[in-house]
Design a protein around this ligand. Structure first.
Ligand SMILES: *[C@@H]1O[C@H](CO)[C@@H](O)[C@H](O)[C@H]1NC(C)=O
Ligand SMILES: *[C@@H]1O[C@H](CO)[C@@H](O)[C@H](O)[C@H]1NC(C)=O
Length: 300
């Protein structure tokens, strides 16, 4: 037997006798927003900033070809691709944290709720996520030519829109609420909104998070109402009054476990200054980084 091998097996024996605990930093994944991709300068530098500040390994998780698929691929499919990718990453197999931006939060929650046989998500930090839907079709940047930019309210719940325009999965129009409930293919399922289709597995999985940090941008003009980032929204079919998260049915009837998590002290509802995703460095340090510094401890 090789000497160094003997030595290392001796060491292993030694450590197992004394159950020396070994800690590792929990890795994180970063999920970018719509019309963005991991290779863009801003997304890259955000992943890197989080790695730098947390000293944890982190990966920007891309879905399909990036920008174009983020606009066009239905969110069910985006979540399912993310699910397969996460399961293939050995680095994540003991559990991981998520930081998601804007639409990336729909993918994040799809991962948490829908992904079978996946490693556990421990902490989840949501930045500007349209969790309860958006009530106004966002304006496209000047010059953008995606079909999304010509979308009319009356077309949002057609299959042709649902199947080819990702944001249609979470647009919730007061004037079309029965169409939304019946034909919107993503958010009603994600939020367990349909009374006859509630799936307790989604709730169990969401409830197993250790920490949920919901960040809203006070100056957000893209995600309307901005309070959706905290699960606040209007009553069905109305555009007023804006209900705080704790007064929505999703919360009071606990469709996905938000109330359970909140009662256990595991939810932070945070408002920060700035327009959509414009987060000050100090706020990143305060509200994101601490949730990326958890450790997993093993007895070896
Ligand atoms: C991360 O840290 C490296 C090494 O200190 C530095 O060169 C880089 O600029 C930092 N990047 C960001 C985005 O903070
Ligand atoms: C609920 O979701 C789980 C996980 O995806 C699935 O296995 C199960 O069949 C679903 N239950 C119902 C009643 O649809």
């Amino acid at each position: 037997m090789d000497k160094s091998f003997q030595r290392s097996s001796l060491l292993v024996t030694f450590f197992s006798l004394f159950f020396i605990p070994v800690s590792i930093s929990v890795p994180f994944i970063h999920l970018h927003g719509v019309n963005d991709q991991c290779s863009n300068a801003e997304a890259r530098s955000f992943t890197q900033l989080l790695r730098n500040l947390s000293s944890s390994p982190g990966y920007c998780l891309e879905i399909g070809n990036g920008e174009q698929d983020s606009m066009s691929m239905p969110l069910m499919q985006q979540a399912s691709i993310a699910c397969e990718k996460v399961k293939q990453m050995k680095e994540l197999s003991q559990g991981y944290n998520i930081v998601a931006q804007s639409q990336g939060n729909m993918v994040a929650r799809g991962l948490i709720e829908f992904c079978d046989d996946a490693p556990p998500v421990l902490n989840y930090v949501s930045l500007g996520g349209p969790h309860a839907g958006i009530s106004i079709i966002p304006k496209c940047p000047v010059g953008a030519r995606h079909p999304f930019c010509q979308l009319q309210e009356s077309e949002v719940y057609l299959d042709s829109s649902q199947d080819h325009i990702a944001p249609c999965g979470y647009i919730k129009l007061a004037t079309e609420i029965s169409e939304y409930m019946e034909h919107c293919k993503f958010l009603p399922k994600l939020n367990n909104e349909r009374p006859n289709e509630r799936n307790s597995t989604y709730k169990e999985r969401f409830t197993s998070l250790q920490n949920l940090v919901l960040v809203m941008f006070e100056g957000d003009k893209i995600v309307v109402p901005k309070e959706t980032c905290l699960f606040g929204f209007y009553p069905d079919g109305a555009t007023t009054p804006l209900l705080p998260p704790q007064q929505t049915k999703l919360y009071t009837e606990d469709w996905i476990g938000l109330k359970t998590l909140d009662d256990a002290g595991k939810v932070k509802f945070v408002g920060v200054p700035g327009d959509h995703l414009e987060m000050a460095h100090d706020d990143v340090v305060k509200y994101v980084v601490p949730y990326l510094q958890n450790q997993l401890t093993f007895s070896s």
